[in-house]
Ligand binder design. Structure first.
Ligand SMILES: Nc1nc2c(c(=O)[nH]1)N[C@H]1C(S)=C(S)[C@@H](COP(=O)(O)O)O[C@H]1N2
Ligand SMILES: [Mo]
Length: 205
């Protein structure tokens, strides 16, 4: 647990904080909003999540169907490539494992996937970065429905990669044969974006 009260507790927390911060990051209590373009407002009765393989549809969920999938709570640190990190953010949603399970996908058909969002944002992902409890589609933050500014009604959450990978207003996950770059990745950012390896820009190791 994280101790934030009292002088001794504060000093101990500071040392712990540094160890929890990836290289080049600073800690903020704020929750900045970063969007390339306007905030999207999608009514729930028009919301659907689609899982695709190439051109073909594997599965879709309406909002009601999606809400009926197993729900998982996750408390985690998040790290933006613009150098802010935020500790102990609390999310609720459906893990990608449970989404694949609901689609009867015992074995993912490829190793790559593109996330597509309302508004046109995309990000490329390795399937291995999405499974085994690493990622979810989050619908709640801090016990409340996710605000539109933070990607509500539903966003991807892969906290172990830089936050640009956590696509807001996600609507479609599409398996692909190769790791084609998404929105930021085709504008000079790293294809994977591991904050602990400081994979910020194209060409970083
Ligand atoms: N659809 C969409 N998702 C997005 C973005 C975006 O512009 N559009 N920005 C990304 C970036 S760069 C970051 S740092 C986070 C910011 O999430 P937040 O606004 O909830 O902090 O969302 C990511 N997901
Ligand atoms: Mo970002």
């Amino acid at each position: 647990m994280h101790v934030t009260r009292g002088f001794k507790g504060k000093r101990r927390t500071d040392a712990t904080d540094r160890a929890r911060l990836p290289p080049g990051q600073y800690l903020t209590p704020e929750f900045p909003v970063l969007t390339a373009g306007p905030t999207i407002h999608t009514p729930l009765d028009r919301w659907k999540l689609a899982l695709q393989n190439g051109g073909s549809l594997v599965a879709t969920w309406t909002w009601a169907e999606f809400e009926a999938l197993p729900q998982t709570d996750l408390q985690t640190d998040i790290h933006c490539v613009t150098q802010w990190s935020k500790f102990d953010t609390r999310w609720r949603g459906v893990t990608i494992d449970d989404i694949f399970r609901a689609a009867d996908l015992a074995v993912p058909p490829t190793g790559y996937l593109m996330a597509h969002c309302d508004g046109g944002y995309t990000t490329n992902l390795l399937v291995s970065d999405l499974i085994d409890g690493r990622a979810m589609i989050a619908t709640h933050y801090d016990g409340l429905p996710l605000l539109p500014s933070h990607g509500g009604p539903a966003r991807l959450l892969l906290p172990h990669l830089y936050f640009w990978k956590s696509a807001k207003w996600v609507r479609r996950l599409a398996f692909r044969d190769k790791d084609d770059p998404g929105f930021w990745e085709s504008r000079g950012y790293h294809l994977r974006g591991d904050p602990w390896r400081e994979q910020r820009y194209h060409g970083d190791p």
